[in-house]
Design a binder for this molecule. Structure first.
Ligand code: HEC
Ligand code: HEC
Ligand code: HEC
Length: 418
């Protein structure tokens, strides 16, 4: 009797395994599921947005992935490897080019993609690497869409070669098992007023700027539809990579002294967000964006919101600080590393955001220093942070000399003699 039971049990296990295998194989052959019931017709949107306000939103969100430094536009780029288990992500061309960009998309198609996360063309749900916004308010959505269809130089048509993301086997399985699209119809979403700071802060952090996308357990399991259902919501620990390929761990944002921002004053929080410097004077590394365009009211609303989260008291293992070469060996390189420039421009200054045009565009040190001190003073469209307050005149001079030397003469050129 016992033997028969064992045999039947074994057979069942084998059958179950075969079924799972067959289902996984089928999913791989079929590709990710499609949501054919979603239609752009259900996302017709009346509101007329404001282009300038929309550009600010694009700078606060879209730019960090869709910016292409070679064309100085939103023509897209290959993303860093933090999603490698899910495949290779490529942020597409968002310019108004009619072939390679989104020039022929209707307003309703854009609204459908941003609110529901379902791609209006192939009806698949976007992989987690494209943060869609089910909770974005009507005002912000109208502004963003107006911007994407405007004459701004960032969205002027660019016909760059077409590159698409590739999903891994694992992500196709996850697409069937886990990836949920947002609502299938348009509904009214209000932006909370400044008189309700906690509600406004929650809106900004979760629905608009989506801080939980990095500051939770993992970037792979983030829930864009119901942010608070994200694994380890604001507890931190997600591993991300900077533009030089180094791993950086995102801390929690709960009021915990061990794994969050417990004990931070409002001023300290504001400085981290706007200038990119922590209370102990550390530079906040990419991919943590700096948000120079946020208003005081917005930053204080988010601060108020994070104070209401329940603290996570398990200490986090943060990424070690970058190695900084000694000042006496090469003062310019020391500044370049101390200020965290390699996290975006790569250690050789020739990474995805290459500085190879520096000699041509900034022929003398004064103009280069002016740019690094406050990029928006030189080019109102720049989105790199300002470094003027973080280095003395002497340090800035050494930094400018180093940047120039590195791109003009390569890694082995010695620093100037005293
Ligand atoms: C974290 C990186 C990231 C951010 C931030 C981001 N995107 Fe994307 N976006 C992507 C990636 C990657 C894809 C490609 C999706 C895929 O693999 O199917 C994409 C796809 C898109 C598409 C589809 C384009 C096409 O041709 O298929 C649109 C439209 C889009 N994003 C708009 C935006 C807008 C507007 C913002 C800002 C509100 C934004 N994205 C922010 C990474 C990002
Ligand atoms: C693309 C991922 C990403 C997004 C989006 C993001 N952060 Fe971060 N953030 C990070 C990473 C990674 C660090 C750690 C940087 C380091 O160690 O140098 C960080 C650091 C911080 C710090 C400094 C904390 C400390 O202990 O060093 C604060 C404060 C912060 N983020 C707040 C925010 C807020 C608020 C938002 C949303 C408005 C946000 N972040 C959005 C990735 C992100
Ligand atoms: C958070 C990412 C980031 C960090 C960190 C960063 N930069 Fe940049 N930098 C950029 C981006 C993006 C651009 C392209 C212009 C823009 O802002 O739109 C840029 C442009 C520049 C340019 C002008 C290049 C050109 O062709 O016009 C210089 C020079 C420069 N950075 C130097 C530095 C130095 C020096 C540091 C360190 C003190 C630094 N950057 C840190 C993102 C960054």
């Amino acid at each position: 009797m016992k033997r028969i039971l064992l045999r039947v049990g074994g057979l069942l296990v084998v059958l179950a395994l075969l079924t799972i295998g067959a289902a996984a194989g089928l999913a791989w052959v079929l590709g990710p599921p499609t949501y054919d019931e979603y239609s752009a017709g259900d996302f017709e949107f009346e509101a007329q947005g404001d282009v300038v306000a929309g550009r600010r939103l694009a700078e606060l969100t879209c730019v960090r992935c869709h910016y292409d430094p070679t064309t100085d536009s939103l023509a897209g780029r290959r993303l860093t490897p933090e999603y490698k288990a899910l495949g290779q992500a490529h942020a597409p061309n968002l310019t108004r080019d009619e072939v390679r960009g989104i020039g022929l998309w209707t307003q309703a198609e854009l609204v459908m993609l941003l609110r529901s996360g379902v791609h209006p063309k192939d009806k698949t749900r976007l992989p987690p690497w494209m943060p869609f916004h089910p909770g974005i308010s009507d005002v912000d959505l109208a502004n963003l869409v107006a911007y994407l269809r405007s004459d701004d130089s960032w969205v002027a048509p660019q016909r760059t070669p077409e590159k698409r993301s590739e999903l891994s086997f694992r992500s196709v399985l996850q697409a069937w098992a886990q990836w949920e699209p947002g609502p299938a119809k348009l509904s009214v979403v209000e932006r909370p007023p400044e008189s309700e700071p906690v509600a406004l802060g929650a809106y900004l952090a979760n629905d608009l700027l989506q801080c939980h996308g990095c500051h939770s357990a993992s970037v792979e399991t983030v829930d864009w539809v119901f942010p608070h259902k994200t694994d380890g919501f604001y507890q931190g620990g997600a591993k991300v990579t900077d533009l030089a390929g180094n791993t950086v761990v995102a801390p929690g944002l709960t009021p915990s002294p061990k794994a969050g921002i417990g004990g931070w004053t409002y001023e300290e929080f504001r400085r981290a967000l706007i200038e990119g410097v922590t209370p102990v004077g550390k530079i906040v590394r990419w991919p943590m964006p700096t948000y120079p365009r946020l208003t005081e009211g917005e930053v204080s609303a988010m601060y108020a919101y994070f104070q209401t989260l329940s603290p996570n008291n398990t200490p986090l293992k943060r990424a070690p600080p970058y190695r900084v070469s000694p000042k006496i060996v090469d003062p310019g390189r020391h500044e370049f590393e101390r200020l965290g420039c390699p996290s975006c421009h790569a250690p050789d200054a020739l990474g995805p955001l290459s500085l190879d045009k520096v000699p041509e565009k900034y022929p003398d040190d004064a103009s280069l220093i002016e740019y690094i001190s406050d990029p928006r003073f030189v080019d109102p469209d720049a989105w790199m942070g300002a470094y003027g307050k973080l280095a003395s005149e002497e340090e800035m001079a050494a930094l400018a000399e180093y940047v120039r030397r590195r791109v003009e003469r390569g890694p082995y050129a010695p620093p100037p003699k005293e």
